[in-house]
Design a protein around this ligand. Structure first.
Ligand SMILES: Nc1ncnc2c1ncn2[C@@H]1O[C@H](COP(=O)(O)OP(=O)(O)OP(=O)(O)O)[C@@H](O)[C@H]1O
Ligand SMILES: [Mg+2]
Length: 540
């Protein structure tokens, strides 16, 4: 360590002598002219002071400097006293003590005494420097610790925010699930009620006279239609819609919807449809998809009362293991065809956004919105194995993207509208339905079509009828029944009568896929629809 001992000994050659005595043991000294010069040279690197008592005039600035030393520092001071003044009194002693780390050396000076006092001072100062460096290390370690605590706190806060987001999403999912259960159950039971009314009215139709009775009859039918649409939307939301997925070319389907969309949107909205060639086919229920697009388009129209732009774009999107970009998190890895419907309308307020998929949530005036549009679209997309994403800026517009799973199956042309079906007569049909009213209505309807009907109120009873050897041409069964469900009835019936034509009527989606061998019919069905299905399954 380079030493710097400040010497203030202005009398005679004192400073020079002190410098040379200390120089002998390798200590460097710096002689100061007066107290002011000494104070200017003071610093943390000053090793010690050697002061002659006679030079201690105004020690105020020195005392102030000593007082202001950092905690680790206690500067060693060697004072060369003169015998006379040393005896001057206790006040003088107290003054020396007040300077702190003071060693008194009496004159006449002995070389060894001075050298050993200087070395003791140097050792003391060296220990202080060691303390200083320990303190520095502790300070640095503390600040590193504080940084790490701050980093960890930030990470914890981020983790807590993530957890809060996940909890909110889970709560939302649970709420939607519970709502789905409820609406699905209500819609299913409602479909049965509607089915009872549809069948009974259909049978009564020929007996209704013209004029007011017929007008009332038609009004009743219109109410049924509205009820059926409502239950379809509810089932879609509940993801229990009976989907009939087919490999479909979305390009063809969307282009085909162009004229309908333009009519729906009116003249004030400019429509563009962009579909790149060669999109993979998607597996969807065409009717449900069209109704989803129509819902999105109507929402866009309602968001642009003064006109605007609507664009519909299809593209391919790939979901990886961690989703990706804007893709809905629920998408399984795979290839999807996305359809984005984008408008330049009012946008969706952030406070409204969390609710838009809830059934019956609407911001539209009473009578203008039922709040079932987006819940139906959401249900259709997720039930089809896809998803939906909304991007909206209030005041600037909304883009809603549907993701639909692609398939490598080739596409088929949509079925041609069924021709009017002749009520082929003379067949015997085993009708299985647990609801007495629905059974009575359906039976009357089938009889109206010219068939004989054997009724059974459960699967077990139906199988008993078959075991008894009754002549049956086809089986028409409800799906959701206590005990044996429709699928079990068909399986049991086919064990007794291999290949017997079967039609399952259901209000639910939770119907297993039976392939080509079994037809499915959605409740509520019209006489025309059931006649159509029967003519498809019954051999000529
Ligand atoms: N394109 C859009 N721009 C602005 N807001 C939208 C848009 N689409 C949906 N919304 C908001 O989401 C709400 C719910 O939409 P949803 O389609 O489910 O019901 P609705 O349109 O109100 O009624 P319904 O479709 O049953 O007639 C709307 O009331 C509206 O506030
Ligand atoms: Mg809507």
């Amino acid at each position: 360590m380079r030493t710097s001992i400040l010497v203030l000994a202005p009398e005679g050659r004192d400073a020079e002598v002190i410098g040379s005595v200390l120089g002998e043991i390798g200590l460097e000294t710096q002689s100061c002219l007066d107290m002011a010069a000494l104070c200017r040279s003071l610093g943390d690197e000053t090793t010690a002071l050697v002061l002659s008592e006679g030079a201690l005039g105004d020690v105020g600035p020195l005392a102030a400097w000593l007082e202001g030393q950092p905690p680790w520092s206690d500067l060693p001071i060697v004072i060369l006293t003169s015998r006379g003044s040393r005896l001057a009194g206790r006040g003088r002693q107290a003054f020396f003590q007040s300077l702190g780390n003071v060693t008194l050396l009496d004159r006449p000076l002995h070389r060894e005494a001075l050298q050993s006092a200087a070395q003791a001072a140097l050792r003391s100062r060296t220990r202080q420097y060691r303390t200083r460096s320990h303190l520095d290390q502790i300070t640095q370690a503390t600040s590193r610790l504080e940084e790490r605590v701050a980093d960890r706190t930030r990470a914890l806060q981020a983790e807590m925010a993530d957890r809060r987001r996940a909890e909110t999403a889970l709560l939302q999912a649970q709420k939607m699930e519970a709502l789905g259960q409820l609406t699905g159950g209500v819609a299913h039971d409602f479909n049965n009620l509607l089915q009872g009314i549809v069948s009974c009215l259909a049978v009564l139709e020929p007996t209704v006279s013209d004029g007011t009775p017929r007008q009332l009859f038609e009004a009743a039918n219109r109410s049924i239609e509205r009820g059926a649409k409502l239950t379809q939307s509810l089932l879609s939301f509940a993801r229990r819609q009976m989907l009939m997925p087919e490999a479909t070319d979305l390009g063809d389907l969307l282009s085909g919807m162009g004229p309908l969309l333009e009519r729906t949107l009116g003249g004030q909205i400019a429509v563009t449809i962009e579909v790149p060639p060669g999109l993979p086919a998607v597996l969807i229920d065409r009717a449900q998809f069209e109704s989803a697009i129509l819902n999105l388009v109507i929402n866009a129209r309602d968001a642009m009362p003064a006109g605007g732009r609507l664009s519909m774009t299809a593209f391919v999107a790939t979901a990886g293991r961690d989703g990706g970009g804007d893709l809905p998190v629920e998408l399984a890895p795979g290839t999807y065809v996305a359809v984005r419907v984008e408008d330049s309308g009012s946008g969706i307020d952030p406070t409204v956004m969390p609710h838009v998929f809830e059934p019956f949530f609407t911001t539209k005036p009473v009578g203008e919105g039922s709040g079932l549009g987006l819940s139906m679209v959401h249900g259709m997309a997720t039930q089809s194995g896809g998803g939906i994403h909304i991007d909206s800026t209030p005041g600037a517009g909304t883009a809603i993207t549907l993701y639909l799973p692609s398939t490598s199956t080739g596409t088929a042309m949509p079925d041609a509208p069924a021709a009017d079906v002749e009520p082929g007569a003379g067949r015997t049909i085993l009708l299985v339905e647990d609801d007495a009213i629905v059974r009575m209505g359906t039976m009357a309807l089938l009889e109206n079509l010219g068939h004989q009907v054997i009724e059974a109120d459960s699967g077990e009873e139906a199988l008993a009828v078959l075991s008894d050897g009754a002549e049956i041409d086809a089986l028409v069964t409800d799906f959701a029944m206590p005990g044996m469900n429709g699928a079990a009835v068909v399986r049991g019936a086919r064990q007794l009568r291999p290949g017997i034509p079967a039609l399952i009527v259901t209000g639910y989606a939770d119907t297993p896929d039976f392939g080509e061998a079994v037809r499915l019919l959605r409740k509520p069905f019209t006489p025309h629809q059931i006649a159509d299905c029967l003519s498809a399954i019954l051999p000529e």
